[in-house]
Design a protein around this ligand. Sequence first.
Ligand code: HEM
Length: 102
Amino acid sequence: MFRTEGSEPVKGSMLSLAIEAILDFAGERRGHFRLIESEVFSHDAYGTPRELFVAFFAVIADCLRDIVGEQWSDEIDAAWHKLLGDIEAIVLQQKHLVDARA
Ligand code: HEM
């Protein structure tokens, strides 16, 4: 799905911005979290299915759980579950853009 040239920095930027959006969404909601809503539409254009877009956040959670190991408490697990559900709701409620060529 990524461009053949220069895609590594784009992937790094994507992950970094996604993490900033998660932290803002779970915390102060100063604005970075809005990236989640807006990127839904650019990813429609990239051909990323919305389910896959949502799954990205769960992959981040899984990676963190692996890193944190035994310190991953029930409280942390419940908080991530809630966060992932809230993000899924936001993504799935965005309306698909009408194809201008239709
Ligand atoms: C599995 C899920 C995802 C896939 C397959 C995916 C795929 C892509 C693709 C194909 C691009 C364009 C790359 C290019 O120009 O070559 C891109 C860029 C980008 N994605 Fe994603 N994406 C996913 C999830 C996300 C999520 C969850 C976020 C943030 C909420 C996000 C944020 C971005 C941003 C900000 C860019 C532009 C990065 C830049 O150019 O600096 N992506 N993504």
